[in-house]
Design a protein around this ligand. Sequence first.
Ligand code: AHM
Ligand code: MG
Length: 335
Amino acid sequence: MSKRVSLTQYLVEQQRLHGRIPQELRLLIEVVARACKRIAISVNKGALGDVLGSAGTDNVQGEVQKKLDIIANEELIGANEWGGHLAAMASEEMEGIYLVPNRYPKGEYLLMFDPLDGSSNIDVNVSIGTIFSVFKKPEGSQGVSEQDFLQPGTQQAAAGYCVYGPQTTLVLTVGDGVVMFTLDREQGSWVQTADAVRIPEDTKEFAINMSNMRHWAPPVRRYIDECLQGKEGPRGKDFNMRWVASMVADVHRILTRGGVFMYPWDQREPAKPGKLRLLYEANPMGMLVEQAGGLATTGTQRILEVQPKLLHERVSVMLGSRNEVQRLIDLHAAS
Ligand code: AHM
Ligand code: MG
């Protein structure tokens, strides 16, 4: 890309030229991006900023909170609560919804986020990220309640993530394809570095936590088993495996060079539909992947069409290169 396009310029053009996004949504996304910049600064300080290690508390899902989980959550709330674009927020780190305090003006949007995805990688200096999803409050609803957040992913107005890795990259969709911005630290600005991202339809790379193999459902086992047979097996090609254990990093690789990512339901806790959360992990990633030409499924249903019943609902996730995800869907249908 020869001309440097900033995030602001991209969003203004989406608003002005294409009429795709209203001004309030543009400003909301800019505020989220600003919060991500601040989180990136904390992430980079590491031990020097006393941000590593456990905070000594548990979140609503019973997971130990890391200091950075809490710092990132506070950055996102602090940056967004006063802007006037939001009615409320929800986060992996908060049990209930967060209402915009009465001292600030209220808007029509709802913001959901996983403030620090890949928490187990914080202390070992491996890529982590922030995932976010934006909805509009349902028409005609008075005030705002948890029920307003329980909308299927097809209703998302925007979705994205920021990956804090060797580079800090913001990946975004407002329903008009997927774009990427890299943080220019000297300028302090987001510079567009990819446009109209497309996920290759075929791939030879899969991402799954293989240590759970014995717990998987038969279609997932069969899919991976066939991949592992390589050239000599029914797939007729050798596969490669990657597992970062940060969904943001795994999805980022898939958006960049293709692949398939799976965190399927398994028998460890049969009553749980999966590990990943629908509203602030699976839905935003599902929208990005679909906008880049890929597919996102639970195995039996398009993720974006799942009707949420709970704020912190979990879901089985399989997403990425179209032909591979289709194969997983077919295997589920045949089982
Ligand atoms: P987190 O949001 O608490 O960090 O958990 C989600 C993460 C995903 O980023 C990643 O794909 C998965 O959990 C890794 O799980 P596992 O450690 O079971 O492989
Ligand atoms: Mg997460």
